[in-house]
Design a protein around this ligand. Structure first.
Ligand SMILES: CC(C)(COP(=O)(O)OP(=O)(O)OC[C@H]1O[C@@H](n2cnc3c(N)ncnc32)[C@H](O)[C@@H]1OP(=O)(O)O)[C@@H](O)C(=O)NCCC(=O)NCCS
Length: 173
């Protein structure tokens, strides 16, 4: 449950988003994620979450309230799916207040400045998150059957501003 202090901080603060750098904060983030679905349901414990947060070329950004991590978003700008949101998490007690949407807005601004697509995967059982992403303009782009564990599919979703190449450039190819 959100403490009174956190409630006051959350409702009054000008939300600042920081780059996640320190191992201490990475550990805190990993424990929070591992205690929450979808990571819990997928059997991804703190060690897996910590490893995922430490992968080179991924950038994680966090919000804090009362000195604790209240939310995070991890993006990667490399690979086939350039502009991929690897994880999005809002701590229990801060959910349903617009923080997830703000973190997504922050990530999208960074990605759309460099690429016309934002990609993400969401577990098929995570219906609340699927609804949330649809509301933000994401559409299903594919289904990865039994991707993380057997019996759980991952829905690949995309929000796009257009093709990778402009019409003029692609005609030359
Ligand atoms: C999904 C999540 C990031 C949304 O963040 P949020 O701050 O709660 O989202 P917002 O307040 O901006 O928007 C609320 C919407 O989120 C959706 N939502 C999904 N899970 C939710 C939850 N546990 N509590 C509240 N809202 C939730 C609802 O559709 C809600 O829409 P509504 O207001 O029309 O009911 C957050 O609930 C979360 O961290 N969930 C656990 C981790 C997770 O599922 N991450 C996505 C992995 S792909």
């Amino acid at each position: 449950m959100m403490s009174l202090l956190n409630f006051v901080l959350f409702t009054n603060y000008r939300m600042r988003i920081y780059r996640l750098i320190s191992l201490k904060e990475k550990r805190e983030a990993a424990f929070l994620m591992a205690a929450s679905d979808p990571w819990l349901k997928l059997g991804l414990g703190p060690a897996s979450c910590l490893k995922a947060l430490g992968v080179p070329f991924r950038e994680t950004y966090i919000t804090k309230a009362g000195g604790r991590i209240s939310g995070l978003v991890t993006i990667t700008m490399y690979g086939t799916f350039k502009g991929y949101i690897q994880s999005l998490f809002v701590a229990d007690g801060f959910r349903g207040k617009g923080l997830g949407e703000k973190l997504m807005g922050f990530a999208e601004k960074k990605i759309f400045a460099r690429s016309p697509n934002v990609f993400l995967c969401v577990s098929s059982f995570n219906e609340g998150a699927i609804k949330f992403y649809r509301r933000l303009g994401y559409a299903k782009a594919g289904l990865l059957k039994d991707f993380v564990i057997k019996g759980c599919d991952e829905v690949l979703m995309r929000k796009t501003k257009g093709p990778l190449l402009s019409g003029k450039r692609s005609r030359k190819l």
